[in-house]
Design a protein around this ligand. Sequence first.
Ligand SMILES: [Zn+2]
Length: 111
Amino acid sequence: MNQKNVVGIGNIYASEILFRSSVDPRRLAQTISNSECNLITSNSKIILKEAIKVGGTTLKDFFSAEGSAGYFKIQLNVYDRENEVCVNCENLISKITQNQRASYFCNICQG
Ligand SMILES: [Zn+2]
């Protein structure tokens, strides 16, 4: 999925949102159905709220450079977990690079 279509969401959150939505990050945006699109939108809001709750109080803090304190307080299910066991199944998390950005996903849960 081209992240130009998920404007303003860093690759940490893009990976987490697609995992929760069971959408493979390699899929092209045109192939995403309306119901999947709605799911991605609602999961984006949920993750955004969680991240704001545990991290920065403003969106600016929330989207600040990787490594800021807020990032690692939110439970990451796939991001930076390459070759670790998926939280939902026995599969290992995969990492791919698209447009110079890393995406992490489970190819069973998101297959
Ligand atoms: Zn899985």
